[in-house]
Design a protein around this ligand. Structure first.
Ligand code: UDP
Length: 469
């Protein structure tokens, strides 16, 4: 693959600063590899140690061991009193600690002779000014969908226009994109005092000050949102948008990966093509025990083979529950052979790549959606939290899969019954049209990321700007 620096011979030094959580770290790692191995950049990743979860720590170790050209820069945080936010999500607390430490980045960037900084949306409103002061171009890697980016960019304008009504948040009609119904808006944003809301609004307002925004999506997947952002329809003066996704999985050598005590890869090898329903709700959110049990009943009644990754806490280090206590007596015995259930970390990329997987029941975290798109695995979206309903909307619109909009998410009353889950799984597994459409999305993703494709060219254009800086 030709390097983007062939024209000038200059190797820009790009510093990446992700926030916390695997949903942020994974795409930053993939971008680091793409810039370093495919586009001729010197790359450093600024890291905060210790990480919030064990998964992040293992992931960073694997990344630096497998790609020694990518350097680690230690970002040491200022002391932060978490008791100011009792009961807050540990990942949001880390965002806040990092935000308050933003001034400490200035000497770090100067010492690294950075040509450009790429940071995370969770940090952007405080990091962009620090980079500007240093005259270092500052870009955002937006790790969710372009639909969510447009929502983030427009939400402050929506609030300004609707402030004072006292009626709370309603549907948000994003100019040039589409209407995001009230029920799809991240739960926390209904509370203006929530720590997440304050960060989200500040970051949304500050987006226009960035030098550009890279998004882990591709033009063909989210045509309206990407075009509206680029044309300035969503927010006037919006900086250049580089749709660079789906960022390709960065494979680590076997010894750097999580071990597989559950033997799920071997188990998958023994299953017929496209016969397995893979079920995972991501790296960082638990589902109530009542809902877990209905989901178990649904999987059992569907009659399909399944591989299910169960999580019972927000942070993996706290997870000590036993599967049998979570799923009820007898379930594991009844499904033995047909269903494999694990609480360990799995290598999801490898699972989605495996030919035996026919459906992904997913919370529709954006990385999971892009990984399904990359592999052409149909998604049954069951969003639970945050941006996931907006992402599920993209799944349904693009034809990558299905979304039952009435299925509840965190904070809403009622559990979805096992019977409903079972019926829906059976219907989507039987739908040839869904599998065909998902394969078309995979082909479009491959075309976008191949040399000369829209995403490849966007990333090369970004690198070109770093060289010119
Ligand atoms: N992931 C994984 N193994 C697991 C759980 C998650 O490899 O057991 C990966 C998954 O492939 C994705 C990331 O962790 O790359 C989770 O990001 P996503 O945006 O899907 O959801 P989040 O966890 O942020 O809600």
């Amino acid at each position: 693959m030709p390097n983007s620096d062939d024209r000038t011979g200059a190797r820009p030094h790009v510093v990446l600063l992700p926030s916390a959580g695997m949903g942020h770290l994974v795409p930053f790692g993939r971008l680091a590899v793409a810039l370093s191995s495919g586009h001729g950049c010197d790359v450093s990743v600024a890291t905060v140690l210790p990480t919030v979860s064990s998964a992040e720590s293992r992931h960073l170790d694997g990344l630096f061991a497998a790609f020694p050209a990518i350097r680690r820069l230690d970002f040491n945080l200022a002391p932060f009193d978490e008791s100011e936010f009792p009961g807050a999500d540990p990942f949001f607390l880390r965002f806040e600690a990092m935000r308050r430490s933003a001034p400490l980045l200035s000497p770090l960037l100067a010492g690294a002779s950075a040509s450009a900084l790429i940071t995370d949306i969770a940090l952007s409103s405080v990091v962009v000014p620090v980079a500007k002061e240093r005259r270092i171009p500052c870009y955002i890697l937006f790790t969710a969908s372009a639909a969510m980016l447009s929502f983030c960019a427009y939400f402050p304008t929506y609030l300004d226009a609707n402030a004072g009504g006292g009626e709370g948040i309603s549907d948000v009609d994003i100019p040039g994109v589409y209407r995001i119904p009230k029920s799809s808006i991240p739960q926390a944003l209904h509370n203006p005092k929530h720590l997440f809301t304050q960060q989200f609004v500040a970051n949304g307002r500050g987006l226009v000050d960035a030098d550009g925004v890279l998004v882990n999506t591709f033009d063909a997947l989210e045509l309206e949102a990407v075009a509206a952002l680029r044309e300035g329809t969503v927010a006037t003066g919006f900086p250049p948008v580089f749709a660079v996704g789906p960022l390709r999985p960065a494979t680590f050598p076997a010894e750097e990966r999580a071990k597989d005590p559950a033997g799920y890869m071997e188990w998958l090898d023994a299953q017929p093509a496209r016969s397995v329903v893979y079920v995972s709700f991501g790296s960082r959110k638990a589902i109530s025990t009542d809902q877990l049990r209905e989901l178990a009943a649904g999987l059992e009644a569907s009659g399909h083979r399944f591989l299910w990754v169960v999580k019972s806490t927000v942070v993996d280090k706290d997870d000590a529950a036993e599967l049998v206590d979570l799923l009820g007596d007898g379930f594991l015995e009844r499904v033995r052979g047909r269903g494999l259930v694990t609480k360990t970390w799995v290598e999801q990329e490898e699972i989605l790549m495996h030919g035996s997987v026919g459906l992904f029941v997913s919370h529709s975290g954006w990385n999971s959606v892009t990984e399904a798109a990359f592999n052409g695995v149909p998604v049954l979206a069951w969003p639970r939290f945050g941006d996931q309903r907006v992402n599920a909307g993209v799944v349904a619109r693009s034809g990558l899969g299905a979304w039952v909009e009435r299925w509840s998410w965190e904070g809403e009353d009622g559990v979805v019954s096992g019977e409903e889950v079972s019926e829906k799984i059976k219907a989507v597994m039987a739908a040839e049209a869904v599998a065909k459409k998902a394969a078309e999305v995979r082909d479009a993703a491959a075309a976008a990321t191949a040399e000369g494709g829209t995403s490849y060219r966007s990333l090369a254009e970004f690198v070109g700007r770093c060289q010119g800086a």
